[in-house]
Design a protein. Structure first.
Length: 625
């Protein structure tokens, strides 16, 4: 959709090459330009002045003109704002509901305020001297960054142009007037990190420095709360290398770092959005030093190289707190290290942020509100099971119920919920912890994973005696979960009586909204999705683009959930009591309205969120004979 927004907001990406962004303008005519600009912002915030005149369109009108949001959706959001006494701005509510993107909201706001909007900032052209007087935490907290300066004023990139108070602080710090431009928060955050870390250079410089003689692991330990971007130049190369790997991984949204030794080299790979990518190669001679440094900050035994070891590291990168689960495994070519990163700053997602199709969300919300029974979430490792369990538990967390969890490990600290961390070395297993929880008068119990017969039986008995139990199982789909419980020794009549529903989940990659390309489906692709031409008519379908800076050249950015929900209705109970196999159970569930993982993925394709290739690759065929 096009509108009159397009001609006022500068878009440097249209005129740039791959490495250069159009320089930002700095109005040097006189200082009154900046002063007037800031004055108008203040008048707008206070409800009067130039920007509040009747000729100015409301933000809702601008969004209707420039995005796909409808007038009805605007009215619904406004009414919700009144009904719930929500103090958030209307644009924030629409972004939260995924009706518009944050970029679309900011673009409209910039137009309304007569401010330039930039999708990218010329990072390489920003003089690092501009930020020497500004603490990095101040820039991060307020999402602001000086990008250019002349003799009269400084140009400041902001993510929230209505937050004028840090601009007043900057005027005092820099002793000058300020001009304002608007850029997305992710762009500003990335630019802040790049500008402030300029003096440290990137990882390749660190690798080059490994040629110096002193490459010891270092006696000094890494402070848990120190930001890795604050590393100093006099740190030993190995320390800088490990810090750089961790900081780079967090900034790129990595879930796992793999340090893999081979005969002549060390390969470092990052798992991003479920896919492994080669990031670095190191000489084999540095393996012991790198592993020793990682063991030190993970508080492991650096002298023990014969047995596997597990540890945990707490770090901070670019203002983000992260937990790192560390696993060291001896192999034929040396110790192999895998570090799983959990970004604690992201917090626990709400249930309505899990990517549910509307019908599945409605039915799952009803199930989690039941008073007793078992709800199981299933899928392979890394499919989002634990995240979904957390969201479900938080959804029902109120002051009148007692919720207790037993996990391995506790990933997020949940306020108002008692959480137990499994410690198998001292005998605190899932089954022992679950027995202890039952003596704590719980209403709701969350078991991180059902691994054995004993835990399964205790969970079933708990649900049959008036408790609501959440847990996970490692199975490929919802129907297989029933037969898995049977294999664990749970009797069919207990499964039929205790289980309320089984939710299978997967994570598929989300297309980068900036570089995705439109795709016209052919007959074969439509048939592959088990659809008709009428089903796809009027739908905007996209495929992966060539990659851009926003997605680090991957064409995908982030992941979204797909789900299939099996509900234990009367027909299903009858089948379970007869100990039918998973194929029969799946067939009955589909007849009763269950949407499969493949169908859920196809729905995401038709919504323009993912590609057909990704949907097919991440889901198996659900054909039932």
């Amino acid at each position: 959709m096009t509108s009159d927004l397009d001609h006022t907001n500068a878009d440097p990406s249209e005129e740039e090459d791959e490495k250069k962004v159009t320089p930002l303008p700095v109005d040097s005519r006189n200082a009154s330009v900046a002063a007037d600009n800031n004055s108008r912002l203040k008048q707008h915030v206070s409800g009067g002045g130039l920007l509040s005149r009747s000729r100015r369109k409301s933000i809702g009108e601008l969004l209707i003109e420039s995005t796909q949001v409808t007038e009805e959706q605007i009215e619904e959001a406004l009414q919700n704002q009144v009904d719930t006494e929500d103090n958030r701005k209307i644009g924030e509510i629409l972004v939260d509901r995924e009706l518009i993107t944050e970029e679309e909201m900011l673009r409209a706001l910039a137009y309304q305020l007569d401010l330039p909007y930039y999708e990218k900032l010329p990072i390489n052209d920003i003089n690092p001297q501009l930020v020497t007087e500004i603490p990095i935490q101040f820039a991060r907290d307020n999402q602001i960054l000086p990008v250019a300066r002349d003799e009269f004023n400084v140009t400041i990139a902001v993510a929230d142009p209505l937050n004028i108070f840090p601009l007043d602080d900057l005027r005092l710090i820099l002793s000058t007037n300020v001009n304002i431009i608007v850029a997305p928060p992710t762009v500003i955050q990335h630019s802040i990190n790049r500008v402030y870390e300029r003096s440290n250079d990137a990882s390749q410089k660190v690798v080059d420095e490994l040629n110096v003689p002193d490459i010891g692991a270092g006696e000094d330990d890494l402070e848990e709360t120190r930001d890795l971007l604050d590393s100093t130049d006099d740190e030993k190369p190995i320390i800088k290398l490990v810090n750089t790997l961790l900081s780079r991984a967090v900034k790129e949204g990595t879930s796992d770092i793999h340090i893999e030794p081979y005969e002549n080299e060390i390969v470092v790979r990052f798992r991003i959005d479920g896919t492994l990518h080669d990031k670095m190669q190191l000489p084999k001679r540095h393996l012991n030093s790198v592993v020793s440094r990682i063991k030190i900050i993970g508080k492991l035994n650096i002298a023990e190289k014969r047995v596997p070891q597990d540890g945990r590291i707490s770090i901070k990168v670019a203002g983000k707190d992260a937990d790192v689960r560390l696993s060291v495994l001896p192999t034929a070519h040396g110790e192999r290290v895998v570090m799983r990163i959990l970004d604690k700053s992201a917090g626990v997602k709400r249930l309505d942020q899990m990517g549910f199709d509307p019908d599945v969300y409605r039915r799952w919300s009803q199930l989690v509100s039941q008073k007793h029974g078992i709800l199981l979430v299933t899928g392979p490792t890394g499919s989002g099971k634990t995240t979904l369990l957390y969201a479900s538990v938080v959804h029902i967390n109120t002051t009148d119920i007692n919720i207790l969890t037993i996990e391995h490990p506790v990933e997020y600290k949940l306020p108002g919920i008692g959480q137990i961390d499994v410690k198998e070395k001292v005998g605190l297993t899932f089954s022992e912890g679950l027995r202890a929880i039952l003596r704590q008068d719980p209403d709701v119990i969350m078991v991180g994973e059902i691994r054995d017969r004993e835990t399964a039986e205790i969970a079933v008995q708990s649900s049959l005696t008036g408790h609501l139990v959440f847990s996970t199982l490692h199975t490929n789909d919802a129907a297989s979960t029933i037969t898995r419980l049977d294999d664990l020794g749970v009797q069919p009549f207990q499964i039929a009586s205790a289980v309320l529903g089984v939710l299978a989940t997967r994570l598929i990659r989300r297309l980068c909204g900036r570089c995705r390309e439109k795709h016209v489906l052919n007959e074969e692709e439509i048939k592959l999705m088990d659809l008709t031409p009428a089903d796809v008519e009027g739908k905007d379908v996209y495929k992966a683009g060539r990659g851009c800076e926003a997605c680090h050249g991957q064409a995908y950015a982030g992941r979204i959930g797909i789900h299939e929900l099996l509900i234990m209705d009367d027909d299903m109970k009858t089948l379970v009591m007869k100990s039918q196999d998973s194929n029969e159970i799946r067939k009955q569930a589909m007849e009763n309205g269950m949407k499969t993982l493949r169908q859920s993925a196809v729905h995401k394709v038709l919504e323009g969120l993912t590609s057909l290739d990704e949907a097919i690759q991440k889901t198996q065929s659900e054909d039932v004979n």
